[in-house]
Write a protein that binds this ligand. Structure first.
Ligand code: SF4
Length: 350
């Protein structure tokens, strides 16, 4: 990614109140023969008012399912979602519709985000109609305000998606997400489908809008450079569980979980996102299936420093720093990322 922006995005203090709190949240799907997919498996996590929380991990680790569960696109299997002081885990009907104004989603793929047969104006207007803004002039004014905020000319409203660039469409996706004045936004890989030249522009736009509109954001990404630029804190997810949470600078300079260190080691090797993912997946084999999750620490079949206890005993949450948590029996003995990478890329059968 090419970006000229400095890495000094303001941080949010630990004292900030949580806007969102997840308590032992679980989302399982049936997998036949009495088995289940452990997509999200006991996640407890807070997102503080005004912060950008990064959520990182390999494809298939449960990040997107966690997002969909938080936004109530799917029902949780168990646990609680508390948003703005209210338990919304079982909210339904009118209340759920109201909540959806406050919690919005920015899609990964701007090319598939709009109906190809409709003008972008019609698509953009739909959520305003759906949420009861009956006055046409009012709807038009709100749309123009949002286009102005995301830096798009009014003429785009007459066009269809195929007539627009990826960058324009992603700005429209963001405009649509903000139309209903949400407090909270989940952005799922918001720049991964875009050219490198456009990514920095979209990231800068998100930072500006967050500050202007007092938003709280969760950013899902496998690209640690994007996370390092945009986020205040980072949560690392592995096979349905959060394994480490820390302030951005702490996580990047002093990661404690072997998996986090592996991810950083791959990033240190300056691989592109997909290549880094491939490197991680070479580490002592592919990720285990979320249907047959390993006993003890889920990372143990791939962990370069696993010991006997790791395959039988689930590690508890440790606190290496005031605002830093990690689930690993040996968090204080993990080697530096570069050493770990050298260890981990050897043949696992050696
Ligand atoms: Fe590795 Fe054991 Fe720590 Fe799990 S608990 S990350 S297997 S050292």
């Amino acid at each position: 990614m090419t970006t000229s922006v400095p890495l000094d995005h303001p941080t949010v203090t630990e004292a900030a109140q949580p806007l969102l709190s997840l308590q032992d949240l679980v989302k399982h799907y049936p997998a036949g023969k009495g088995k289940k997919v452990h997509s999200v498996d006991g996640v407890s996590l807070s997102v503080r008012q005004g912060e950008v929380l990064g959520l990182v991990g390999e494809s298939g680790c449960g990040k997107s399912t966690l997002a969909r569960t938080i936004l109530r696109a799917v029902d949780a299997t168990s646990g609680h979602i508390v948003f703005d002081g209210e338990d919304i885990t079982s909210a339904k009907g009118k209340r759920l519709k109201e909540l959806r104004r406050s919690m919005q989603f920015v899609f990964q793929d701007p090319y598939g985000a709009f109906d190809p047969k409709m003008s972008l104006g019609t698509s953009l207007e739909a959520p305003l109609r759906h949420h009861g803004m009956k006055d046409r002039a009012q709807r038009q004014q709100r749309m123009l305000e949002m286009l102005d905020r995301v830096g798009i000319e009014e003429a785009i409203l007459e066009r269809r998606p195929a007539e627009c660039s990826g960058g324009q469409l992603q700005r429209m996706v963001i405009a649509r997400a903000l139309l209903l004045e949400p407090k909270f936004l989940i952005c799922d890989e918001p720049t991964s489908a875009l050219d490198a030249s456009i990514r920095a522009q979209i990231l800068n736009l998100l930072v500006e809008l967050k500050d202007q509109l007092d938003l709280t954001l969760v950013l899902i990404s496998h690209d640690l450079r994007v996370v390092r630029y945009l986020c205040d804190r980072v949560a690392v997810m592995y096979l349905g569980k959060i394994v480490e949470v820390a302030p951005r600078d702490e996580l990047f300079t002093n990661p404690r979980h072997p998996y986090t260190r592996v991810l950083l080691a791959a990033s240190l090797a300056e691989q592109a996102g997909a290549e880094a993912n491939a490197m991680v997946s070479r580490l002592r084999g592919e990720p285990p299936s979320p249907i047959d999750v390993p006993s003890g620490c889920r990372f143990h079949p791939r962990c370069p420093i696993a010991q006997d206890i790791c395959s039988t005993v689930v590690p508890e949450i440790s606190r290496p720093g005031q605002d830093h948590t990690v689930t690993c029996h040996f968090w204080d003995q993990v080697p530096h990322p570069s050493a770990l990478l050298a260890t981990s890329t050897r043949n696992p059968d050696e």
